[in-house]
Design a binder for this molecule. Structure first.
Ligand code: AMP
Ligand code: MG
Length: 267
C-alpha cells in the first residue's frame, strides 16, 4: 500500500499520479465488487474487536475535489459495520459560532474516543484548501496552519489516536462526467449546486493547494494516501485494504473474560 503513501518532504505533482491506476487489484469491476464484500466482512470483524477492546481510537480523514467520492467511499467501505462504534463527522461552511473560534475548535470535539472509529467527511484541511483558494483569510494566516495541523495531529497520535488520511484523486474529465450526471439524473440533482461550476473553474488552484497540504502534513503518525479514484470500485478496495491493514497492525484482542465463567449453565 506504500505506493499510494505520500512520503514526507518529497516533491509532489498530482498530475503524475494516475487516477485510473488499478495495479494493486488488476481485476475486473465485477471481481472488484466481490472482493469488497469479503473486505467488508473483515472490516466488520475488526471494528467489533476495536469496540470490544475499547483501547484504540481511529480517525479517518477523507478529502477530495467536488464529486471525488467521499460519500460513496463511506457508504461502501463501511457497509455492514456496527453503527454503534463508527461515527461520521461532516464539515461544511463554518457557522458564525464556529468562525468565532479558532478553526480547529469545531474539529477537535469530533475526534474519536476509545473503541471508536470516526470518519471526517472534509475536515480541518478545508482551512488550507477552500480558505486558501478563495483568500478567506490572508496568506500570512493560512500559511501558518500546516504547522498547527501537524502539531494537532501529533497531539492526537501521541495520546493514542491512529490517524489515516485519504485524498481521493480524480481528474478533470472524471469530474466533468460526474457533475453532468448530477444534472442529468433527477435523483442526483440534489447534489448539484451552481457554485460547483465556479469551484471547477478553480481546478488548478485547488490542485496546487492539495499538493502543498499533502506534502506538508503527511507524517509517520498521520500519513496521507493518494487514492486513484476515477474507478469507484478500485478506490473502495484500496481504502478498505489500507484501513484493514492498519487495524490488524494494532494487535487487538478481546478483553479477558471474568473469572469463573467455566461451567456456568444458565437455568
Ligand atoms: P458539501 O461537501 O458538498 O456538502 O459542501 C460543503 C462545502 O463546505 C464545501 O464547498 C466546502 O468547501 C465548504 N467548507 C467546508 N469547510 C469549510 C471551511 N472551513 N471554510 C469554508 N468553506 C468550507
Ligand atoms: Mg458539494
Amino acid at each position: 500500500m506504500d505506493r499510494y503513501l505520500v512520503k514526507p518532504g518529497k516533491p509532489l505533482n498530482l498530475n503524475l499520479w494516475d487516477p485510473n491506476d488499478k495495479s494493486l487489484f488488476p481485476i475486473s469491476k465485477k471481481e472488484g465488487k466481490k472482493k469488497l464484500r469479503e473486505l467488508n466482512q473483515e472490516l466488520e470483524a475488526l471494528q467489533e474487536l476495536l469496540f470490544a477492546e475499547g483501547k484504540h481510537k481511529v480517525l479517518i480523514v477523507l478529502q477530495a475535489m467536488d464529486t471525488g467520492g467521499k460519500d460513496g467511499t463511506i457508504r461502501h467501505v463501511f457497509e455492514g459495520v456496527n453503527p454503534q462504534g463508527v461515527k461520521v463527522a461532516g464539515f461544511k461552511v463554518p457557522t458564525s459560532k464556529e468562525l468565532a473560534h479558532d478553526y480547529l475548535w469545531r474539529v477537535h470535539k469530533h475526534t474519536p474516543g476509545k473503541g471508536e472509529i470516526v470518519i471526517f467527511n472534509r475536515s480541518h484541511y478545508e482551512d488550507v484548501l477552500v480558505v486558501r483558494v478563495h483568500n478567506l483569510v490572508p496568506e500570512e494566516i493560512w500559511s501558518r496552519r500546516y504547522e498547527h495541523i501537524r502539531a494537532f495531529e501529533k497531539t492526537l497520535a501521541e495520546e493514542g489516536t491512529t490517524i489515516l488520511k485519504f485524498y481521493l484523486h480524480i481528474n478533470r474529465e472524471e469530474q466533468k462526467k460526474r457533475l453532468q450526471a448530477r444534472l442529468d439524473e433527477p435523483h442526483k440533482n440534489w447534489k448539484f449546486s451552481q457554485g460547483d461550476l465556479a469551484e471547477r473553474a478553480l481546478w488548478d488552484q485547488y490542485q496546487a493547494a492539495y499538493e502543498d497540504a499533502l506534502i506538508k502534513t503527511s507524517t509517520d503518525n498521520a500519513p496521507w494516501y493518494i487514492i486513484p479514484a476515477n474507478r469507484k470500485w478500485y478506490r473502495n478496495l484500496v481504502v478498505s485494504t489500507i484501513i484493514i491493514n492498519k487495524l490488524k497492525s494494532l494487535k487487538m484482542a478481546y478483553p479477558e473474560p471474568e473469572e469463573g465463567l467455566e461451567g456456568i449453565v444458565i437455568e
